[in-house]
Design a protein around this ligand. Structure first.
Ligand SMILES: Cc1cc2nc3c(=O)[nH]c(=O)nc-3n(C[C@H](O)[C@H](O)[C@H](O)COP(=O)(O)O)c2cc1C
Length: 193
């Protein structure tokens, strides 16, 4: 793991949709705008559409074999930006999760989800997955129902009331966990990975 010199927490936003076009672009841009002024974090936007993680060549553990392994390993915590597909989260996000192992361990994951019902079913399913990777999930979440109805003429996401507040409450909680879990990730005397 690379030291973060100025003491800020590195938060990797993993974009869980790879379609073209996709709602995820407007929401990722909104997250970048909204979080630009938050002084405790350093954002790393990981776009799965720009990463090759072939299912037929999946290497459990990621390390060395994945183009994003280093960026995930360097993160102190994650935000999964995920749509809901058929009452779950996209297969491409599961593939990215499965490709990696220690990169997730002892780190918190927060969710910004969207779909007709706000993506809650995607979030709840991810909550069942991440503990297998020794990751914890943050209680608070940003759920955006019908996100596509909140775009301006230029395709810019204009958050409905309460959404910005939900984001900051979620990020504050992510910060609490990310700070606390840093010490847990110090080399383990028992040699657990
Ligand atoms: C294959 C597929 C399945 C979907 N299933 C659901 C669903 O079960 N529940 C829901 O709320 N929205 C569902 N949607 C709507 C998506 O959540 C919505 O279109 C979202 O904006 C997609 O995000 P994206 O454009 O970034 O991929 C589905 C969309 C797709 C493409």
């Amino acid at each position: 793991m690379t030291d973060n010199i100025d003491g800020r927490l590195r938060i990797a936003v993993v974009i869980g949709s790879v379609r073209t076009p996709r709602m995820a672009d407007s929401l990722a841009a909104w997250l970048e705008r909204e979080l630009a002024g938050v002084d405790w974090l350093e954002l790393d936007l990981i776009d799965l559409a720009a990463v090759s993680l072939p299912m037929h060549a999946m290497q459990l553990g990621g390390a060395g074999g994945s183009p994003i392994s280093g960026r995930l390993a360097d993160a102190d915590g994650f935000v999964f930006l995920t749509p809901e597909y058929n009452h779950s989260f996209p297969a491409v996000l599961k593939n990215a999760i499965d490709w990696h192992f220690t990169e997730w361990a002892y780190k918190p994951v927060a969710f910004v989800a969207y779909g007709s019902s706000g993506g809650i079913r995607a979030v709840e399913q991810l909550r069942g997955v991440m503990p297998e990777l020794r990751a914890t999930t943050v209680r608070e979440a940003v759920l955006i129902p019908m996100a596509w109805e909140h775009l301006d003429a230029g395709g810019r996401f204009v958050p409905p009331p309460g959404t910005v507040q939900a984001l900051h409450v979620t990020m504050d909680e992510l910060r609490t966990w990310a700070s606390a879990l840093r010490s847990v990730r110090l080399p383990d005397p028992a040699g657990r990975q």
